[in-house]
Design a protein. Structure first.
Length: 171
């Protein structure tokens, strides 16, 4: 059974492309006010923010997708999403992660009939990251698969690899 929330997506921009994330994954949207740089993080994680006493890593989606860093301006926002990792016993450990975007657009309702499968070729974004393409009056909204893009196990393995490389270099 689908609820209305299952069909609602927060839309945002990276360059000229419009993307969407299901609102059930989103905790809040905050105005960009700078990040704290953390050494040895992957390039697509420019830093962390303090969110009510919790350290939240922030992923620059434009850098992750296109290897181009977002140049923050007054429209730049951080979308806080809740993702699950398989680290807990029930496989549902919740973690907050920030997504740096150039601008947030609006919440839209999209009928499941208007969402087509991800293209198998020709997309500028890795196909695994795309959940579907939503037809709109003025083009498409690329619906992202947050579980694939923001995979905590992948982020942790990157960090562990970098740490082990540093230990090898020190010897």
């Amino acid at each position: 059974m689908n609820t209305i929330e299952d069909n609602q997506f927060l839309t945002f921009y990276l360059g000229d492309e419009c993307y969407g994330i299901g609102i059930l994954h989103i905790k809040e949207i905050i105005e960009y006010s700078g990040l704290t740089n953390v050494p040895l993080m992957p390039d697509f994680i420019p830093g962390v923010i303090n969110l009510r006493g919790n350290v939240v890593p922030v992923v620059d989606l434009k850098h992750k997708f296109f290897k181009q860093k977002i140049e923050p301006d007054r429209k730049t926002c951080v979308i806080i999403v809740e993702i699950f990792s398989g680290r807990s016993l029930d496989g549902k450990e919740r973690n907050d992660l920030g997504i740096l975007v150039e601008s947030v657009n609006e919440v839209v309702s999209i009928s499941l009939d208007d969402i087509e499968p991800a293209p198998t070729f020709g997309a500028r974004v890795k196909v695994d990251f795309i959940q579907g393409m939503a037809r709109q009056e003025n083009g498409f909204i690329i619906i992202l698969n947050t579980e694939k893009i923001l995979n905590l196990d992948e982020l942790t393995s990157i960090e562990e690899t970098q740490n082990s490389e540093m230990l090898v270099e020190e010897k």
